[in-house]
Write a protein of this length. Structure first.
Length: 239
């Protein structure tokens, strides 16, 4: 019920953002009295291959983080761990995720195409879920570390928005679109995980679905990180 409300609130907020963002991003004063230019709409961004891939990559990564924050302690509790142990594991998850915010933007800037990094993050993500599925109580710290490291994709996804766009108008709209779509996917996806868990009375089906989502994660991540800019798919901004 709690996640359902969260998803509903997220949906309302981002529908509003999607409605007003084009008007906020269309015009930019270059200098006082300078000619103003019209930026792309969110719909135009959504119709580009790379822009859509960035939004889906951002969303799938955000969903993994929401799922871990919301359901990881309960998965460990259902596997027989104590409340204290589950809490410590969640704390470990949070601590390990912090350096990613410093490291990954640099990686995105230095690497022309960070495909290899995205593949590694996807392997960590899928591996963590496989561990939770097959032996959650055997090596809980290892599954936690793997899932937390995979969360380093979040700052990478944000950095890619800037790295895969040239014009500030495109960057602004791409950022708005990626976050609108991304957090909608994250909110709804997290709610679905809890709903399926309640229906099936177990974590097998949700975890299998999350493992499959890791495949989508790496697919859209590779497309999003490929060479080229979103601008090149927009006639008004292509070189």
């Amino acid at each position: 019920m709690c996640w359902g409300a969260t998803a509903a609130v997220a949906l309302v907020v981002w529908v509003v953002v999607a409605a007003i963002a084009p008007h906020a991003g269309h015009m930019r004063d270059m200098t006082e009295g300078a000619v103003q230019r019209k930026g792309p709409t969110m719909w135009e961004i959504a119709r580009t291959r790379k822009g859509l891939a960035l939004g889906l990559f951002f969303g799938l990564q955000s969903m993994q983080a929401y799922v871990s924050f919301g359901w990881l302690p309960q998965i460990f509790r259902d596997a027989g761990l104590s409340v204290a142990q589950a809490s410590l594991l969640l704390s470990l998850f949070n601590v390990i995720s912090i350096p990613g915010g410093l490291v990954m933007p640099i990686v995105a800037q230095k690497l022309t195409r960070p495909t290899g990094m995205i593949v590694v993050l996807a392997i960590l993500l899928a591996g963590g879920y496989v561990g939770l599925l097959l032996a959650p109580a055997a090596l809980p710290w290892l599954w936690t570390i793997m899932l937390s490291l995979s969360g380093w994709a979040f700052p990478l996804a944000i950095a890619l928005v800037a790295e895969r766009s040239r014009d500030p108008l495109v960057t602004a709209q791409l950022s708005g679109f990626s976050q609108a779509l991304g957090y909608l996917i994250a909110g709804v996806g997290t709610w679905l995980v809890g709903t399926v868990h309640g229906i099936t009375n177990g974590w097998t089906v949700p975890l299998v679905a999350l493992i499959i989502s890791a495949v989508l994660f790496v697919t859209f991540g590779i497309i999003a990180s490929a060479r080229g800019d979103v601008d090149d798919e927009l006639p008004a901004f292509a070189r």
